[in-house]
Design a protein around this ligand. Sequence first.
Ligand SMILES: [Zn+2]
Length: 160
Amino acid sequence: MPRRCTVCDDPERHSIDEILVTGAPYRSVAKHFGLSESAVYRHKTDHLPAHLLKAKEVEEAARADDLLEQVRHLQGRALDILERAEKTGDLRTALAAISQARGNLELMGKLAGELDERPVVNLNVSPEWLELRAVIVGALEPHPDARGAVLRALEGNGSA
Ligand SMILES: [Zn+2]
């Protein structure tokens, strides 16, 4: 089992992360929230990047969903205008509406593609990976040099 992090478990984790992101010294953050300095330091180096990455992914996905919804709405309006223009024989408006609708379709296709290309597995937060990582690090406990090298390699990889 990975070692528990008092900062991750803290109900105020989001506020703590926000303050750490502003570059506030971890010592004063620890003092302010009544946490140990080493815990805040470890959290800042080991966990904060993963949290930020995840928050960014969620935010981007939400934004894409929102855009898709707006384009769908526009598409409904364009098709509506097309129908009315056709009824009244207003070919110029009908053509403009068709062109608009085609653009909307392209945009919807792109947005939908982006939504589907969302990474399904984020290695840094996958429980299997975290477990495996803990096993590797634990197995190297009697070999501090190798353990340090492996940890550095894993962390370098994780933040990429
Ligand atoms: Zn943490």
